[in-house]
Design a protein around this ligand. Structure first.
Ligand code: GCB
Length: 605
């Protein structure tokens, strides 16, 4: 799906602000047609934001089931022949949308956008009411998976297998935009370059889909807006002489301005869509990860969209601040653990030259991790009653939707299809084979991987051959050998050696390693949970990484402390952050900064 862009033929109006909101704990709203008239007893609710932490009411914080949002908007008075589209950046996890009581959209999946053409349901210049039903329930067939249970008081509770709070609501911006009845509906850009005596020439292969268009032409503009190439037709290849490559740390962007024209009933129309892109290549070869032909070493973090009060709601102030912190630290990359991030974040990573591992929301496809945590017998993950063919189909659709949204971002260098799934069984191989194929079909240009869990040791792991890289989350020194760093180091080295044998030629990337660390807890004996222990644990991992040329990156867990469900190992959330949840640095932040800035000087690409 194309991003929202204003242009000479498109206008964009934000619908962010304070909406009206009502919980629907008994799931009555649908039957009582709450969409047909204004909500019976609403309270104010900001958009975008998770609703959970906005009020101080436990029933809002812990709500399981549907909730409703509502507001009025005005259709542009000068709509003319244009179409009006209502677009949501994300609604977590399931949405149904009505305009003046008429259903216009349904969407499943809490981290990707959807839109509806509402032209036929509004009148130019008139008010209309938007009603949204948001359902935060997860099931064995949703991505991510979860299940409902009853607590001791007979209340319905949501169980899930991932380590972050199940925030819900309208998490990203809502807009109304206009576009002509001839509309650019998709653009795909693939880039390459060749260096010769005359300099470096960029090669830009593009494909445009445009509804009702009789004629398409494209113009490439550089970052200053000057035309550098143009072509006729809905598909073709352009050359940019003396191209400025998109590089890690230097996010040079071009724009492919697409003009689609057509005429019907005597009227002519033109849609103009500006698609940004960068010229760069990504290749995996001989245990190396190459960006523009140069070995790239990932320095950074797994992150979360998470913050005080707003939960998972996108916030541009927080976004810019987080990038400032990452850059201060000498990081060059992050993983969108454990779901697709806001489109604004991807745009911003493009601009700042950050390298992104783009992950699906398939987190927690692993019932062994939690063992007997929920009580009862272990749950067989891949089975008719649990993760089944419907889950697999939803996962495949989600992969395709993610790639459709993010395929033109130069910052994205690798698709991560899942975080820590079961990977050591024949059933996991059957599950992942078609998913890896779906990703490669949707994007033949980027490497594909999945993030491996500690139990998926090289001797047992079954699926790595489907993928281009080995991505490892490891907690030697924390969940294993807690506090015993010599034993942790021995375990880590032995496992790396085994991976090099198991997956020869594949680069190895550490996508998680870390220790829960209570900010302000200092300890002369440097024991677990102290700031000193976090410093020592990371230093041990870094010493090991430096000994292996096959290791192409270190993304520690986590950029910042974040909210989780409650439990015996969580003290007000997960505390493995380099920064606290309110973004104060822990001692480790300064130590790692020295390392990463030093690495940047020694072999930046
Ligand atoms: C993991 C998960 C991550 C958790 C982390 C932890 O392996 O991928 O979501 O938050 O461990 O801290 O336990």
């Amino acid at each position: 799906m194309l991003s929202v862009r204003a242009s000479s033929s498109r206008t964009v109006t934000s619908l962010d602000g304070v909406w009206r909101f009502q919980l629907d704990p008994e799931d009555r709203g649908q039957a009582e047609r709450w969409f047909a008239t204004p909500l019976p007893a609403p309270r104010p609710m900001p958009v975008p934001a998770s609703y959970n932490d906005i009020t101080i009411a436990p029933e809002v914080h812990d709500h399981v089931g549907p909730a409703w949002y509502e507001r009025e908007a005005v259709a542009p008075h000068n709509l003319g022949e244009d179409r009006l589209v209502l677009r949501f950046g994300s609604v977590t996890h399931e949405a149904r949308v009505w305009v003046d009581g008429v259903e216009v959209a349904q969407h499943t999946g809490g981290y990707l956008p959807f839109e509806a053409d509402i032209t036929d349901h509004v009148t130019a210049g008139r008010d209309f009411r938007i009603t949204v039903r948001v359902d935060n329930r997860l099931s064995w067939q949703s991505i991510p998976v979860g299940f409902l249970a009853e607590d001791a008081q007979g209340r319905t509770v949501q169980r899930y297998f991932h380590d972050f709070f199940n925030y819900a609501g309208i998490h990203r911006s809502v807009v109304l935009y206009t576009r002509p009845w001839i509309a650019v509906t998709d653009v795909t850009i693939v880039t390459d370059y060749a260096t010769g005596p005359e300099g470096t020439a960029g090669r830009v292969t593009y494909t445009v889909e445009a509804e009702g268009a009789e004629h398409v032409h494209v113009v490439v503009k550089d970052a200053a807006g000057a035309e550098v190439a143009h072509a006729e037709g809905a598909a073709g290849t352009l050359t940019i002489d003396n191209v400025n490559l998109w590089q890690p740390g230097s996010g040079y962007l071009y724009t492919l301005e697409v003009h689609a024209r057509g005429s019907a009933d005597g009227g002519a129309s033109e849609d103009v869509y500006p698609q940004r892109f960068g010229v760069r290549t990504v290749t995996v070869r001989d245990s190396q990860f190459l960006i523009n032909g140069e070995p790239f070493y990932f320095r950074g973090y797994g992150r979360h969209e998470d913050n005080l009060v707003r939960g998972k709601g996108h916030d541009p102030a927080l976004m810019v601040h987080d990038f400032e912190l990452m850059e201060w630290q000498g990081a060059n990359s992050f993983r969108t653990s454990h779901y697709p991030y806001a489109e604004e974040v991807m745009d911003y990573a493009d601009e700042r030259g950050f390298v992104v591992i783009d992950e699906t929301a398939a987190v927690g496809l692993n019932t062994a991790i939690i063992g007997g945590f929920f009580g009862g017998d272990p749950i067989p993950l891949f089975s008719e009653d649990h993760v089944n063919a419907h889950t697999q189909a939803a996962h495949a659709d989600h992969i395709r939707e993610l790639i459709a949204r993010d395929k033109n971002h130069p910052c994205v260098v690798l698709w991560s299809l899942a975080n820590e799934p079961e990977s050591n069984t024949e059933a996991s191989l059957r599950y992942f084979e078609p998913l890896a194929a779906a990703a490669r079909e949707a994007d033949p240009t980027r490497p594909v991987g999945y993030v491996n869990v500690m139990m998926g040791q090289p001797a047992q792991e079954r699926v790595v051959d489907l993928f281009d890289v080995v991505m490892l989350n490891r907690y030697y020194g924390w969940y294993v050998n807690n506090g015993d760093l010599p034993a942790a180091e021995a375990g880590l080295r032995a496992e790396i050696d085994a991976w090099i044998e198991r997956a020869p030629g594949k680069p190895i990337l550490f996508t998680e390693y870390g220790a829960d660390t209570l900010s302000g807890m200092r300890d002369l004996l440097r024991r677990p949970w102290s700031e000193e222990f976090q410093v020592d644990l990371l230093a041990m991992y870094h010493r090991v990484f430096d000994a292996y040329p096959q290791i192409v990156g270190e993304q520690m867990w986590n950029f910042a402390d974040f909210q989780t469900g409650t439990g015996t190992t969580r003290v007000g959330g997960n505390k493995k952050g380099m920064f606290t949840r309110s973004r104060e640095p822990k001692q480790n932040a300064f130590v790692v900064r020295d390392r990463w800035l030093g690495k940047r000087r020694s072999h930046e690409c």
